[in-house]
Design a protein around this ligand. Structure first.
Ligand SMILES: NC(=O)c1ccc[n+]([C@@H]2O[C@H](COP(=O)([O-])OP(=O)(O)OC[C@H]3O[C@@H](n4cnc5c(N)ncnc54)[C@H](O)[C@@H]3O)[C@@H](O)[C@H]2O)c1
Length: 136
């Protein structure tokens, strides 16, 4: 299992299906994965720790752009996990309403994303991005 923290996210360039040019937040996180959503990624089991704006954005890009078949999201706060999953849903709904993605494509993306109850559930995951709250 490989675990990368956001502040050393550029190390992900070592994985062939991951390409990071420059990391500067949610917008450029969509640059973090190469792919066309066709499930041919070398990474099959991916996880994000932290269901905030960053974690959800990364999970969405992993499932939608990179086409990773299994994307798990874990958060120590169950409410944040539910809210994060709803946020991911709302991003897809927005793109459906704008005609950027079909309902079928959105459903496929959603079928790839799973909420995990604990870190222990990530034991079979081969790539993890940690996106938890930064401590001051
Ligand atoms: N939001 C941005 O634009 C941005 C840009 C660059 C970097 N970052 C960094 O990315 C990280 C996440 O940012 P965010 O905006 O999504 O933060 P956020 O605070 O909105 O979300 C973080 C989530 O992590 C969860 N969490 C905290 N401790 C945890 C633990 N031990 N195990 C599991 N879950 C835990 C929290 O419950 C929360 O839901 C931060 O370190 C931030 O500095 C954020």
């Amino acid at each position: 299992m490989k675990v990368y923290r956001l502040n050393i996210f550029k190390q992900a360039t070592k994985i062939p299906s991951f390409k990071v040019d420059q990391f500067s937040g949610f917008r450029s996180s969509s640059l973090a994965f190469s792919g066309n959503g066709s499930s041919n990624s070398a990474v099959k089991n991916f996880a994000v720790v932290g269901a905030g704006q960053m974690g959800i954005g990364i999970a969405l890009v992993a499932a939608r752009v990179a086409g990773i078949p299994s994307v798990q999201i874990v958060d120590s706060n169950p409410t944040a996990l539910d809210n994060g999953h709803r946020f991911l849903n709302s991003l897809l709904e927005k793109d459906i309403s704008k005609g950027k993605i079909s309902r079928e494509e959105a459903d496929l993306v959603l079928s790839r994303v799973h909420k995990a109850k604990s870190l222990e559930e990530l034991s079979k995951v081969d790539f993890v991005v940690e996106a938890v709250t930064e401590k001051s």
